[in-house]
Design a protein around this ligand. Structure first.
Ligand SMILES: [Zn+2]
Length: 143
């Protein structure tokens, strides 16, 4: 691969390649990590959807088991979501929340339970449909 694109956040042009895959690499700059080249919206949507077709990938199934309807209040992720909502509640003037990339829909669900006007958007139609089924939350499909 030739020169990489600059970091989309800090503009660094001399980032270090951490991981290479065919046609793609993950780079580290002073501010974090980024992918080069950036996958297209269609590539991301196809990859996300693939997790829902046939058998879920093992990692996706694990996430849905832990953070679906049967989630545990004492789970570290659930407790972190509650803390984040409390922080946002102190910082934000209103109580409207949009979760971009909803996962299972749990954050939207927890926000609604805490009195927020919350909805989600996800690039993956299957994820959006599943979140709606799992928690009855509104999730639009798009990027
Ligand atoms: Zn950077």
């Amino acid at each position: 691969m030739g020169p990489h694109r600059p970091c989309p956040v800090c503009g660094e042009r001399r980032a270090r390649a951490l991981h290479r895959r065919p046609g793609r690499r993950i780079l580290r700059c002073a501010c974090g990590l980024f992918v080069d080249p950036l996958p297209s919206e269609a590539e991301v949507a196809a990859r996300e959807a693939a997790a829902f077709r046939g058998q879920l990938l093992a990692e996706t199934r694990t996430m849905f088991d832990a953070y679906g309807r049967g989630y545990r209040e004492d789970d570290p992720v659930v407790r972190a979501f509650a803390r984040h909502l409390a922080t946002l509640g102190r910082l934000a003037a209103g109580r409207r929340l949009l979760d971009v990339g909803v996962g299972t829909g749990l954050l939207v669900h927890l926000a609604r339970q805490a009195g927020w006007d919350a909805a989600g958007v996800d690039i993956c139609a299957e994820a959006a449909a599943r979140a709606a089924r799992e928690f009855g939350v509104a999730v639009a499909v798009g990027a």
